[in-house]
Ligand binder design. Structure first.
Ligand SMILES: [Zn+2]
Length: 467
């Protein structure tokens, strides 16, 4: 039996168009669009009609960078796949790409199996995986080929965190050479972790233990240097490169130069770098710990370069790097030693709203909002046009968005499993009203109507920006 929903009277916004159109959903997919009020649209019948008059009808967000339940610094990110995907849905995101982790001495397969087990039957929305490669050797290189074939087509490496996730330049080059052959995409955490560890040791020896020193030792120049080095290694390997969580204007400059040379180099930034700064890291009474993440927040001056990069397409994607740790009991592990503060911020619920606020503030256009938050992440990671757009044949992952509603972000009202908000008290315009995932109502007029286990694992094809 087929089930049909029609969404009437809204402004449909995709990365390419803004249309006053009704949307017909059939059996979990977009079946058709027709101009609102026309006989073609009026003729549609459906079991369910959603009135979107005065609202936006947008594709569900694709958050290509989350870390549910990530083990880090002796603790775990506080959102499970269940709580984290529910919060994502509340915020208008209908697909996450999370990071499965290979631990040193273990296979990629073991890591992937472990993450599949964590997520299976728990998610409110669809999900996919990237693979963190912590141990490059002959076996893992072979495993990369198999993973690409089965839909895990991107691999994250770290130039930071020596002794944990760190890869040296030789390991990075080998993985890049492999990805040049198998179609995979290397995602790079670009910070010079070896140099940073020296600066950490020196800062602590001087008694500089507060959270703000986290930002001081992780220097913008060391992000730029690593970004430059990653680009050159990718160039030598003939491989594409995606740099995650770019925060420094000097790193944006490296990406801009590489793209001007015609290289397949891509960059992601995150809401925290666009809306927060070292002022937050300097908040007294250890409150700055709430904002400790890596790459770190930068002085406010860097924000203009990030916005410009998003407008000029030198940065293509905004993901959250959602990796929440509660202030009480988790961030507190680093009292008296900033290097022991678990790295990460909550944000999976806030991204679509913050980027809509950027539309209101005049930083980006409405279509660019959808492009950087839905369409491009879907294309970058091989999910388009199933995800990331509203077009016939696409999954009916649709958000009815009220562009006029006001809200105040707060830990009191958010749905992420974390005891603070990085945006506490921030007023924004625009709010998610209703969310469909493959045609099923997950949020219905600001009520959660979804369920754990509705979300399914979604294998991916390779990056769709490569020839
Ligand atoms: Zn991350």
């Amino acid at each position: 039996m087929s089930s049909r929903t029609v969404i009437r009277g809204g402004l449909v916004i995709t990365a390419s168009d803004e249309l006053h159109a009704d949307v017909l959903v059939e059996d979990g997919r977009i079946a058709a669009l027709a101009a609102s009020g026309t006989p073609a649209a009026e003729a549609w019948t459906a079991e369910r009609t959603i009135d979107a008059t005065g609202k936006y009808v947008i594709p569900g967000g694709v958050d290509a960078h989350t870390h549910m339940e990530l083990p880090f610094g002796g603790t775990f990110a506080s959102d499970s796949f269940e709580t984290g995907t529910r919060a994502a849905a509340w915020g208008g995101t209908t697909t996450i790409v999370d990071f499965a982790v290979q631990s040193v001495g273990h296979s990629l397969r073991e890591g992937l199996d472990a993450w599949n087990a964590k997520a299976d039957g728990k998610c409110a929305i669809d999900y996919a995986f990237h693979m963190i490669v912590s141990d490059v050797n002959q076996d893992t290189l072979k495993e990369m080929d198999l993973l690409v074939e089965e839909g895990v087509t991107s691999f994250k490496q770290f130039m930071a965190y020596p002794g944990v996730f760190y890869s040296d330049d030789g390991q990075i080059l080998r993985a890049m050479q492999r990805s040049a052959e198998n179609g995979g995409l290397i995602m790079m955490h670009a910070e010079n972790g070896i140099a940073i560890d020296v600066l950490v040791e020196q800062a602590l020896a001087r008694g500089e233990t507060d959270p703000r020193y986290h930002g001081e030792v992780r220097k913008a120049l060391l992000e730029a240097e690593a970004t430059h080095r990653a680009i050159k290694l990718a160039q030598v390997a003939g491989a594409p490169l995606y740099v995650v969580h770019v925060s420094a204007q000097q790193a944006v400059a490296e990406l801009t130069r590489a793209r001007d040379e015609g290289l397949n180099v891509f960059g992601e930034t995150c809401p925290q770098y666009l809306f927060l700064s070292t002022d937050n890291l300097a908040e007294p009474d250890f409150e700055g710990a709430k904002y400790v993440c890596s790459t770190p927040l930068r002085p406010k001056e860097h924000q203009a370069a990030l916005w410009r990069g998003l407008r000029t397409n030198d940065l293509q994607v905004v993901s959250t790097d959602h990796c929440p740790f509660c202030f009480v009991g988790q961030k507190e592990l680093g009292r008296g030693d900033f290097s022991k503060i678990p790295n990460g911020l909550p944000g999976v619920e806030n991204r679509m709203d913050l980027l809509h606020q950027a539309v209101v503030d005049g930083h980006i256009s409405r279509r660019r909002w959808i492009e950087i938050a839905c369409a491009t992440p879907a294309r970058m990671f091989g999910l388009y046009p199933k995800k990331g757009t509203i077009a016939p044949g696409a999954d009916a992952d649709v958000v009815i968005y009220d562009p006029h509603a006001e809200q105040i972000m707060s830990a009191e009202t958010h749905h992420m499993n974390v005891d603070y908000s990085a945006y506490e008290g921030k007023r924004t315009t625009g709010r998610v009203e209703t969310v469909l995932s493959r045609g099923e109502l997950v949020i219905t007029e600001r009520e959660f109507t979804g369920r754990a286990g509705h979300g399914v694992y979604t294998p991916r094809s390779t990056c769709q920006y490569l020839l």
